[in-house]
Design a protein around this ligand. Structure first.
Ligand code: AMP
Ligand code: MN
Ligand code: MN
Ligand code: MN
Length: 298
């Protein structure tokens, strides 16, 4: 393969820098749009390659791909899996996964069971604070069988006037140490990375700067992720901590021979977050779409 080529069959130079968005959510988890609506919106906003990466489920991928085929939009099959690393809740995106992989199917099933038990417990705790039928009402806002996260709960709480923003509902109810906080029991990072690899996917460490970790711990996390078999890290997101963040993350990626990914982590429009924002990867980094494993479903 010559440099500049990849499995997508696309030349990735001409339309640089805005076309890849490799992290997004639909109603299959805590996004506000159906997969079909999301793909159409992404196209309208100028995204040309979209990965659907719902929390612990690939259930929305088939609909996203079907829509991509009908409106002429490239779609990558993805997922965002939750794990625990030194008691921190870390997210690993899997890109170009095979949703039919038996290992992935088993993991999705056990994550769904854990999510449902936790969501019911969160609901009970909210009931004690006066939010009657919080679990049922939260579930009704997502797709049937959706993967329910605290993000779903924050949306419900905003809808009933419990807070002006989702962030404020986390500060009052859902964040660590708050009344409706329930500790998750996700698998360890090695299990998650190995499952993505078994499904033919590319394990990507999601938003390394959004776990509230000190620099020393971010570096440890990246090192451990690489030793588990991790292949890429997100260096560019819609919400950057600082203007230098993506350059520092690219240096870290290069040091550990990891590829660089970019994703908005779109759930719904916010003043600070929309689809189609500039997610360009610094020139020093090697984009994840150069991986021979990177594959477009359409
Ligand atoms: P969970 O995996 O159930 O713990 O939920 C994590 C999801 O909650 C994230 O993917 C976000 O969508 C959302 N979330 C987490 N923290 C916040 C916050 N401070 N403000 C708004 N949404 C948040
Ligand atoms: Mn979310
Ligand atoms: Mn995440
Ligand atoms: Mn996400």
């Amino acid at each position: 393969m010559e440099s500049g080529e990849n499995n997508s069959g696309l030349d990735d130079v001409h339309l640089w820098p805005m076309r890849y968005d490799l992290h997004s959510h639909s109603k299959a988890s805590d996004g506000h749009y159906t997969p079909a609506e999301l793909v159409a919106l992404a196209k309208k906003k100028g995204v040309e390659v979209l990965a659907l990466t719902d929390h612990d489920t690939s259930a929305g991928v088939a609909e996203a791909v079907a829509t991509g085929k009908s409106i002429g939009m490239h779609v990558v099959a993805g997922i965002e899996l939750s794990c625990l690393w030194h008691r921190n809740q870390i997210h690993i995106v899997g890109l170009s996964i095979d949703p039919a992989s038996p290992e992935l199917r088993d993991l999705e099933k056990s994550q769904a069971e854990k999510r449902d038990i936790r969501a019911r417990e969160i609901g009970l705790r909210l009931e004690k604070h006066g939010f009657k039928d919080a679990y049922e009402k939260t579930k009704a806002m997502a797709a049937p069988g959706a993967s329910i996260t605290r993000g779903n709960y924050s949306r419900y709480l905003v809808s009933v006037g419990a807070g002006a923003t989702e962030e404020s509902c986390f500060s009052r109810y859902l964040g660590e140490g708050k009344p409706a906080y329930v500790e998750p029991n996700w698998p360890d990072m090695d299990t998650i990375v190995k499952t993505i690899l078994a499904a033919g996917g590319i394990p990507v460490l999601a938003h390394p700067c959004r776990y509230g970790l000190k620099n020393k711990w971010i570096l440890r996390l990246v090192k451990d992720f690489k030793s588990c078999g991790g292949e890429a890290i997100e260096v560019t997101g819609a919400v950057q901590g600082s203007s230098s963040e993506k350059f520092i993350l690219t240096e870290i990626a290069n040091k550990h021979e990891l590829l660089c990914s970019c994703g908005s982590d779109f759930h719904h429009e916010k003043p600070s977050l929309d689809l189609g924002t500039d997610l360009s990867i610094p020139e020093a980094g090697k984009p994840v779409w150069k991986s021979p494993k990177f594959r477009l479903e359409c």
